[in-house]
Design a protein around this ligand. Structure first.
Ligand code: NAD
Ligand code: DAU
Length: 335
């Protein structure tokens, strides 16, 4: 079998590529990635020489490059490629529309022309907007995105829905909550806080820090995507969650506690504009229909992740010393 994975050099994509190569020996995998600031081939250093793995650099909105990637056909496409950081979408939403919306359209059209058997679109719980104190997002919760990032992801989901409805494409959408784990770019909450704490730098907490996210280990997310790609029903949406709702401030305090650093490193900064208050996922559909279950609980997963960042300082220091610093100064400098 041939699978095309887009965005496989990023955080979740690289964890997924490693999982597939390890557990599905019958699959040849082409990783198609633009290598933006978030794409890093070091993430796949341990598998890059496997004969079943190939890499092609390209942008999903580039029709010719996508057609080249599909020249030998594909049984399955898994689409991770996206601009993924909410704060960057507030600074400049243009790349989000370009990649997340236009890119998904180009990929869907190319997949149809190449008669790809299955299209798995990796989406997010943020398309549902924000919850109050009670309740959960289900697959029938109306889409109501609040940030340029989530609006672009919602638009891509609607394009996938239209492709199923109009052309009968065998596409499936997954919507997951906040991931954490190895190889996460240190702009996101957990790796930013862990690496800042390791460096003894301030930990910037937005607003009152009482926003709630539902944390899931990246490995559990990847196994859910694999199940949905292999066995999900075309046209269906599957929510994926960690069943681990935590307030940001509690997570940050726990990181400091585990690292033996003082709470005084916490610095409350100006809130993210339009900041969603609470996400929580009802994932019973994928559990009952596809038999997916979580392996990680948040406490063990967080301890394991902290250990990974302690053992891979070179990996994140190289990123933090590079072009990421310019965004950090621009975004946090004025807060
Ligand atoms: P990431 O930013 O770490 O990685 C994105 C990858 O996509 C990078 O390798 C980048 O080079 C590549 N890419 C970007 N633009 C591209 C383009 N135009 N063409 C080809 N490749 C391109 O992102 P992530 O956190 O791994 O997220 C992956 C996917 O999962 C995204 O679609 C995101 O919306 C979704 N998602 C993320 C989370 C999360 O918590 N991180 C949760 C739910 C869903
Ligand atoms: O819910 C799924 C989404 O989770 C994915 O679709 C996105 O790609 C992913 O980036 C993530 O979005 P969030 O905005 O929830 O993640 P982030 O790590 O940026 O922030 C998590 C929470 O922490 C959020 O409430 C904002 C807060 N935060 C974040 C940063 C970077 C801070 O308080 N300080 C910070 O410096």
């Amino acid at each position: 079998m041939r699978w095309l994975v887009t965005g496989g050099a990023g955080f979740i994509g690289s964890n997924f590529v490693r999982l597939v190569l390890k557990e599905r020996p019958e699959i040849d995998l082409l990783n198609f990635d633009a290598l933006t600031y978030a794409g890093n081939l070091d993430n796949l250093a341990d598998v890059r020489d496997l004969p079943r793995y190939k890499f092609q650099r390209g942008r999903i909105q580039d029709r010719a490059a996508v057609e080249l990637a599909l020249a030998d056909g594909a049984d399955v496409i898994v689409n991770f490629a996206a601009e993924s950081h909410v704060d960057r979408s507030i600074v400049d939403s243009a790349p989000f529309i370009d990649t997340n919306v236009l890119g998904t359209q180009v990929l869907l059209d190319a997949a149809r022309r190449a008669k790809v058997g299955r299209f798995l679109h990796v989406s997010t719980d943020e398309v549902y907007g924000s919850l109050g104190k009670e309740g959960y997002f289900t697959e029938t919760t109306p889409i109501s995105p609040n940030s340029p990032y989530s609006a672009s992801k919602a638009a891509s989901d609607l394009l996938v829905h239209a492709a199923v409805h109009t052309f009968g494409d065998a596409a499936v959408i997954t919507r997951c909550s906040n991931n954490y784990g190895p190889y996460q770019f240190p702009e996101k909450l957990l790796p930013l806080m862990i690496s800042n704490a390791l460096e003894g730098k301030p930990l910037p907490v937005y607003g009152d820090g009482q926003q709630i996210r539902d944390w899931i280990h990246v490995e559990d997310h990847c196994r859910a995507i694999l199940a949905a790609a292999e066995r999900g029903r075309p046209g269906q949406v599957y929510n994926i969650g960690g069943h681990a709702e935590r307030a940001n401030l509690d997570v940050v305090r726990e990181i400091l506690r585990q690292l033996g650093q003082p709470d005084s490193l916490i610095k409350f900064v100006k809130d993210r504009p339009g900041h969603d208050r609470r996400y929580a996922i009802d994932s019973r559909k994928i559990e009952t229909e596809l038999g997916w279950t979580r392996k990680w609980n948040f406490e063990d997963g967080l301890a394991d992740t902290i250990r990974w960042y302690q053992e891979h300082t070179k990996w994140w220091q190289r990123i933090k010393d590079g072009t990421y610093q310019a965004f950090y100064d621009q975004w946090y400098g004025g807060r």
